[in-house]
Structures are given as structure tokens and as C-alpha cells.
Design a protein around this ligand. Structure first.
Ligand SMILES: Nc1ncnc2c1ncn2[C@@H]1O[C@H](COP(=O)(O)OP(=O)(O)OP(=O)(O)O)[C@@H](O)[C@H]1O
Ligand SMILES: [Mg+2]
Length: 387
């Protein structure tokens, strides 16, 4: 009899996840200033996801991004929600893992990994840390194999290599997004991961419908967060796209990662940094905004252990053609090549408007033969003379 009771007791407990059933501290919302919420009594580490009750009876998610003494600073994923003082702030675990797997291929997802394509939730079997895994620099493979993108100006004069990171720098409306689409149309790789961050919502649907053809669709993952979403989500989306690319590289795949645009990611971190009270040290950018760029870009590259690689292109907006912009500088210092588009050429209808003289692929010499190199150098001389 007792034995049977025990048995049924165990059966009852089976469905309960004891690891998460421990008592939790629930915090109280005490302040809301601009972009940052403050909660008391939460005492959770940085990066914790929380659920904040709103005055409408539902709740909004957010993340702990800092603290002052015992007060936690929280960024919400929906800044327009009707928050009220005294609302409950419930921790819901660490937010640092990205669901990954082959179920992602062919899908369009948002910063949380939820589907945007109107299809059922993505089924995945693996996870990958949102912030990536720290690796030994000596495990980074060298860039020695050419990487074809099918754009003649690039393949011939600015040859890319597998595992190279490139910044595509231009003012607004000069043709960055169109050039990215052209590269996608001609690229030779196993998996394409595209992060559309801070773009216009119209451009996101346009991109998915026109740039991803039937050949590319089954091999691609799109992570999209339009410009009107809170800054934390824009950063999350860039990190999620990078984490997904890392997952496929870990499987030995040749991945092509595109982030459009890196500038909007830096802007998002600028909003967060300033809201948290960081000083704007470089033309309005707090240090954390510029520090984010190498943290993101350094995650791409070739992996010696698995033979996989992430070849990455980041678009960078050079405001008003000003190439001394801190984001342009930080990006250019960390990537292995920068392609600069010229408004002057675009105005003449020369597309893609790549300014050959000012653009550079630092790994080009390692991936092409002498003859090609000599021909490219000759072309540059002739072009400079023509100019
Ligand atoms: N290769 C091309 N052939 C023809 N037209 C082009 C080409 N590239 C760009 N354009 C023209 O330039 C316009 C702007 O291009 P695009 O949207 O790529 O700019 P962008 O640099 O991404 O701008 P933003 O900074 O606003 O995102 C296009 O709508 C198109 O009219
Ligand atoms: Mg664009």
C-alpha cells in the first residue's frame, strides 16, 4: 500500500521541474526614467530576463542591464507599455542562450527567435551562447581560400577570402543594401545568415521577398528587427545572428554572415549607454557603444578545429560622407577589409559605386595568384590615371 502511494507520489512530482521551483525574489518597480526602469529587491545578476507587470494586467519582458547599490537597472523590450510604480518584477532566468539547429534554415525570426514568417515556431535541438564562446586566438584559421561573391568589381579588385570580415562603408542611399543583395545572388557558400537591424520595416519585407530566391531560401536564416524596436532588441538581434552563424561554423559549414547595419547596432548601444549614465566621449558615443563593434566583429572568422568559417560583411553608415565617424573608425580598425562606396559614382549611375582607390581587402594577397595580383594593381594604376 505504502509502496503504491510512494509510486503515485513520484508520478505526480514527475512533471515538476524542481530546479526552477525554488523560491524566487520578486522585485518592485520604483522608477522609470526615459529608457531605464529601476527595481528594488530583485538582486539578480546582469543579463537576467525579467517580466514586469503593467497596469493593464499583462506583462512585458526586459533585461537587467546594470545596478546602483541594491537597485537593479532594467531595460524593457517594450518601452511604450503602461508601467506603474510598485509593479512586480519577476526574474525568469538567464537570457543568454540562442536556440539553434537546422530548423532555422529558410526561416525569418525576430530578436527573441520567434518566427516572423507566419509559420509555426522554429523547432531546434541545440543552443549556443548569445555572446559567443571565447576561443583561443590560435584556433583561428588563416584566410587563404578565395571567397566568391559573384560581383566582378569585388572578385577581381578586392578579392575576399573565406573567414574575412569586411566593412561596407557609405553614406545613406548610395547602394549598400543593393550591393548586399547582389553579393547574395552570386555567393558560393553553405549557409547564409542575415541580420537586418534597424532598417525600415518596408525594407525587411522587400529584402525577404526579392533577395532570397528559391535557390538561397532553404540555406538562409534572417534575423530582423526594424528601426522602431527598443535598442536592446536591436543589439540582441545582431548577437543572435552572429550566434547562429557560429553554430553553423561549428558544424564545419562555410557561412556567409551579413549585418545591415552595424551603425544601427552601435546607435542602439549608444542609447543604452547614455540612458545608464555613461559619458559620451567620442562624438556622442559612450565607450560601450564603440566597444561593442570589436566584440561583434571578432566573432566572425575561420575556425581551424572544425574547418568551418564565417565570412562576414557589415554595412557601416558614414554620416554625411564623413569618414571620421567613430563607428567607421572602430569598424575599419578591426575588419580585414573595407569597401567604400562613393556618392559621386552613384550620382553618375556607376553601380556598384565602389571607390576602388580608397577600398582595400587586406587578405587579398593571401588568396589570389601573382598574375591576378599584378592585373589588379595595373587596373588600379590605370583607374587612378583616368580619375
Ligand atoms: N547596383 C545598383 N543598380 C541600380 N541602382 C542602384 C544600385 N545600387 C543602388 N541603386 C540605387 O540607389 C538606391 C539606394 O540604394 P540602397 O537602398 O542600397 O542604399 P543604402 O546605402 O542601403 O541606403 P540606406 O543607408 O538608406 O540603407 C536604390 O534604391 C537604387 O535606386
Ligand atoms: Mg540600406
Amino acid at each position: 500500500m505504502t509502496g503504491r502511494l510512494m509510486m503515485s507520489g513520484e508520478l505526480l512530482l514527475e512533471g515538476i521541474d524542481l530546479a526552477h521551483a525554488a523560491p524566487r525574489r520578486i522585485g518592485t518597480l520604483i522608477a522609470h526614467e526615459g529608457q531605464v526602469l529601476e527595481a528594488e529587491g530583485l538582486d539578480q545578476p546582469l543579463g537576467t530576463n525579467v517580466r514586469i507587470a503593467t497596469s493593464q494586467g499583462d506583462s512585458v519582458r526586459g533585461e537587467v542591464v546594470g545596478f546602483h547599490g541594491r537597485r537593479s537597472l532594467i531595460q524593457s523590450f517594450d518601452n511604450d507599455a503602461p508601467f506603474a510604480s510598485g509593479a512586480a518584477v519577476t526574474p525568469i532566468g538567464q537570457g543568454g542562450l540562442v536556440a539553434c539547429g537546422h530548423g532555422l534554415l529558410g526561416r525569418v525570426i525576430d530578436a527573441h527567435g520567434a518566427p516572423l514568417d507566419g509559420r509555426p515556431p522554429v523547432s531546434t535541438r541545440y543552443t549556443w551562447p548569445l555572446a559567443g564562446k571565447r576561443s583561443n586566438p590560435l584556433n583561428r584559421g588563416r584566410v587563404v581560400t578565395p571567397f566568391d561573391v559573384g560581383v566582378r568589381a569585388i572578385d577581381a579588385l578586392l578579392t575576399m577570402g573565406e573567414g574575412q570580415r569586411v566593412a561596407l562603408v557609405a553614406g545613406s542611399g548610395v547602394g549598400k543594401s543593393v550591393l548586399m543583395g547582389q553579393m547574395l545572388a552570386g555567393v558560393d557558400c553553405d549557409v547564409v545568415v542575415i541580420g537586418l537591424i534597424g532598417e525600415r520595416a518596408r525594407e525587411v519585407s522587400d529584402f525577404v521577398e526579392t533577395k532570397l530566391d528559391a535557390r538561397l531560401r532553404p540555406r538562409s536564416v534572417v534575423v530582423a528587427v526594424p528601426a522602431d524596436h527598443p535598442p536592446l532588441l536591436r543589439i540582441r538581434a545582431a548577437m543572435r545572428a552572429t550566434a547562429i552563424a557560429e553554430f553553423f561554423r561549428h558544424e564545419g559549414k562555410r557561412v556567409f554572415l551579413m549585418i545591415d547595419s552595424l551603425t544601427r547596432v552601435a546607435h542602439a548601444q549608444r542609447e543604452i549607454g547614455l540612458a545608464l549614465g555613461e559619458p559620451p566621449t567620442m562624438k556622442g558615443y559612450p565607450p560601450s557603444a564603440l566597444a561593442l563593434i570589436p566584440r561583434l566583429v571578432e566573432r566572425a572568422g575561420a575556425d581551424r578545429d572544425t574547418g568551418g568559417s564565417i565570412t562576414a560583411v557589415y554595412t557601416v553608415l558614414a554620416d554625411g560622407g564623413d569618414n571620421d565617424d567613430p563607428v567607421v573608425d572602430s569598424a575599419r580598425a578591426i575588419v580585414d577589409g573595407h569597401f567604400i562606396l562613393s556618392r559621386h559614382l552613384a550620382e553618375q549611375g556607376v553601380y556598384p559605386a565602389i571607390d576602388i582607390a580608397r577600398s582595400l581587402s587586406r587578405t587579398m594577397v593571401d588568396v589570389i595568384d601573382e598574375e591576378h595580383l599584378a592585373a589588379a594593381a595595373r587596373f588600379r594604376q590605370l583607374w587612378a590615371a583616368y580619375e
